[in-house]
Design a protein around this ligand. Structure first.
Ligand code: GLC
Length: 490
């Protein structure tokens, strides 16, 4: 069978440009699909922070025209000399090359409209017709809209289907009417939906357009795919999502198990093997030492590596953390940056209980890996979490997660309910007491090393690799293509 040609568009991809989970997904999924035989190619903006020499980039197209508003902008195309995956970079000095960061410029809409449009036009110049364009997040959301308007009768894209991937509905990309002019689709105007709030009907939600025009929509876990159909999680777009429910799928992300391999990870002091977790004790002692906590094998060590924000659960944690420090014989590690009030809270608690709590206000990849390897309990009480990757990496390193049962957290952590041995502990109601109770439950079980080890082994045995998700994406592409060509799923 002819390999599927997939154009993968993402504003981030590790190691080139990275702020969050999307970058990790974009680095791993295309490679996993490539291993299945699909002809996947990635295109990224050539941000100023990407050093062409360090990454071995070479220019493949000097310049080609990209329609913008009523005119054209010139783009260049570069390619990374990366053996296992073609990665291209859209060059434009003013939009990307001359800027230091990735996002948060006043003209972000224009910048990413250009990047998306240039990516499609680049395919023409490469004479490579994608069967599917896989778009991620609002930055690439207009591709589906274009396919059903300005590219509708373009023979080059006649057989190109669009899959729109939502990683986090909260970042919608909301702009004014002007962006439609820039994108060349102003004559189609705002899209009003009778059940969407008037305020959202009078702006352009890039995310909303991505959902409306894609052949298929996919998000990063089955539970999140159901949750976003409700007003509680729908960020105002739930009526639109409900209309397209038959086109919406949830596929759980994986972990790059080559990059995160506890058997060989050079950043951790002692290797961890699913068959032999005894080295975790040494990893725990090393972590306690590094953080300046008393080296106590008997004290359960609880860690959180996360943005310090309400979404990540700090609003419910702040009410119960001090009582837990007073009443539970446990140690706590926090790593991350975020809202000032949570910095202040953790700094205050650290000065009061230095033998029980240590916080590091930074994001340090090495320390993160040491936490995965050395902590007993990995805490992720997010209010909502589309997928979440850290709980999976933690389990893969033998830590036991305590999580709020939402989104991907609910799909990856099985609550320990004797006699059935779980992979961690979950709580349903989003409040401080429920979180407290789940931690107490975990600490109780921790006192029984045999059961604890059985949970760890279960967690470690879970397949968190990209193998299964890549198959699911491959099937999804086939389905999208069939819908595009015949109006019926494959
Ligand atoms: C977003 C989501 C997170 C998910 C990641 C990768 O950052 O908030 O839950 O794991 O995307 O899909």
């Amino acid at each position: 069978m002819e390999p599927l040609r997939i154009l993968y568009l993402s504003a981030e991809m590790a190691p080139y440009a990275r702020t969050g989970g999307l970058a990790q997904v974009a680095a791993a999924l295309p490679r996993a699909l490539r291993r299945l035989g699909d002809d996947v190619r990635v295109m990224l903006p050539r941000y100023g922070l990407i050093d062409p020499e360090r990454h071995g980039l070479r220019r493949v197209i000097d310049h080609f025209p990209v329609p913008m508003e009523h005119d054209f902008e010139e783009a260049g195309l570069w390619q990374a000399v990366d053996a296992d995956l073609p990665i291209y970079f859209i060059e434009h000095e003013r939009y990307f090359g001359s800027r230091r960061g990735i996002y948060s410029f006043p003209d972000d809409a224009e910048r990413f409209i250009f990047y998306s449009r240039a990516s499609l036009e680049a395919c023409r110049h490469l004479d490579w017709k994608p069967h599917v364009v896989h778009c991620n997040e609002w930055q690439t959301a207009l591709v589906g809209n274009w396919m059903r308007t300005i590219y509708e009768d373009d023979p080059f894209f006649a057989e190109t289907a669009v899959v729109y991937n939502i990683h986090n509905l909260a970042y919608q990309g909301i702009f004014g009417h002007r962006v439609l002019e820039i994108a060349g689709i102003e004559k189609y105007g705002f899209i009003a939906h009778p059940d969407v709030s008037p305020s959202l009907n009078q702006v352009v939600s890039m995310m909303g357009r991505g959902i409306i025009f894609a052949d298929l929509i996919v998000t990063v876990s089955p539970t999140y795919a159901r949750e976003i159909l409700t007003p509680e999680y729908g960020e105002g777009l739930d009526p639109v999502l409900r209309d397209r429910q038959d086109r919406l799928f949830g596929i759980l992300n994986g972990v790059d198990t080559e990059a995160y391999d506890p058997r060989t990870d050079p950043e951790i002091q002692h290797c961890i093997d699913a068959d032999d977790i005894t080295h975790r004790d040494a990893c725990k002692a090393a972590l306690q030492k590094e953080l300046g906590l008393p080296i106590r094998p008997d004290a359960p060590l609880i860690s959180m590596t996360s943005r310090l924000s309400d979404q990540k659960g700090f609003d419910i944690l702040c009410a119960v953390l001090e009582p837990m420090l007073q009443h539970l014989d446990a140690q706590w590690i926090f790593m991350g940056t975020g809202e000032q009030r949570y910095h202040d809270m953790l700094a205050h608690l650290q000065s009061r209980y230095p033998k029980r709590l240590q916080a590091r206000f930074t994001f340090d990849e090495t320390l993160a890996r040491r936490i995965f390897a050395g902590t007993d309990i990995f805490l992720m009480p997010s209010r909502h979490e589309p997928c979440g990757l850290d709980q999976m990496i933690a389990m893969h390193y033998g830590a036991v997660p305590v999580v709020h049962a939402t989104g991907g957290l609910a799909d990856t952590v099985t609550d320990h309910r004797p006699p059935t041995v779980g992979t961690g502990f979950t709580f349903d109601k989003y409040d401080g007491m429920a979180l407290f109770a789940a931690i107490v439950r975990a600490i109780e079980v921790y006192r029984h090393p045999d059961i604890w080890k059985a949970i760890q082994r279960n967690a470690l045995a879970q397949d968190v690799s990209w193998t299964q998700p890549a198959h699911a994406y491959h099937d999804l592409y086939r389905r999208a293509r069939s819908l595009k060509l015949t109006g019926r799923p494959a």
